[in-house]
Write a protein that binds this ligand. Structure first.
Ligand code: 5RP
Length: 253
């Protein structure tokens, strides 16, 4: 399994009547049942919630409830899962007329702006989800936040070359350094080795003690740093967010 940047308030125990894993499954299955129809090109997200949506597509293809689905995976992990379920795949180089993309998120604010990428797949996720006519976000209710950047890492994918210099420049950006408690860490794997994305880049995880005051400004400043490949702020992209609740129901926001 790929390392996941830690969430500060990770919910590990069952909550209410269903566990967090069950909420993820219910919401992943519902997204497929409500938004995926036969003959669609579907963006397949990455992470433990998105994996349930991929599982449901595989199940419905097998049972014949869906036919002629083609998927575009957002990571090597998702590609492996989809292939194991016999979901036909293409890449963005073959097609980018994606009907719907379904993916999880690390944080969702009231405007449906997101933090993504704690699972390391942010670049491919953003490319696929920007191409989709509809982007359906699937989360359990622990991911809902009043503001972005306060419940764990805000990932930034950076080129390996000169990463320390790039990390220092990121820390010095006006919209980043202004946030209380701002700190930056290179994501590690197995203790002492930098984590590498599917694109052979590194990830700098930003942590804050309060939400980003201006996520749009932060997004623009981050992309202005040479060596930043992409950041985990997914702004103005989601069509709808399906939220799994502890009582086993799903809200659409
Ligand atoms: C991976 C992602 C994931 O969608 C995000 O980390 C949520 O994952 P999970 O559903 O496992 O909590 O952005 O890069």
């Amino acid at each position: 399994p790929q390392p996941q940047a830690p969430r500060r308030h990770q919910l590990r125990m069952a909550v209410g009547t269903v566990s967090q894993d069950e909420m993820k499954k219910i919401v992943g299955y519902k997204a497929v049942d409500d938004y995926v129809k036969s003959d669609m090109l579907v963006g397949l997200g990455t992470g433990s919630t998105a994996a349930f949506a991929v599982e449901r597509i595989g199940e419905k293809l097998k049972s014949g409830e869906l036919s002629n689905i083609v998927g575009i995976p957002t990571s090597e992990r998702t590609k492996e899962q989809a292939l194991s379920l016999n979901i036909p795949l293409v890449t963005l180089d073959d097609r980018y007329d994606i009907d719907v993309a379904i993916d999880g998120a690390d944080e969702v604010d009231p405007n449906l702006d997101l933090v993504k990428g704690r699972g390391g797949a942010l670049l491919r996720e953003k490319l696929v989800e920007e191409c989709a006519k509809e982007f359906v976000v699937i989360v359990d209710e622990t991911k809902l936040q009043k503001g972005l950047g306060v419940d764990g890492a805000m990932p930034v994918e950076v080129n390996k070359f000169c990463w320390k210099f790039v990390m220092d420049r990121i820390k010095g950006l006006p919209s980043i350094k202004a946030v209380k408690g701002c700190r930056a860490e290179l994501r590690m794997q197995d203790g002492d080795k930098p984590y590498e994305t599917d694109n052979q880049n590194y990830i700098v995880d930003l942590y804050f003690d309060e939400p980003l005051a201006d996520a749009k400004q932060a997004a623009s400043e981050l992309l202005g740093v040479t060596g930043v490949v992409e950041h985990g702020l997914f702004l103005n992209m989601a069509t709808v967010c399906l939220v799994g609740k502890p009582d086993g129901t799903v809200d659409a926001i």
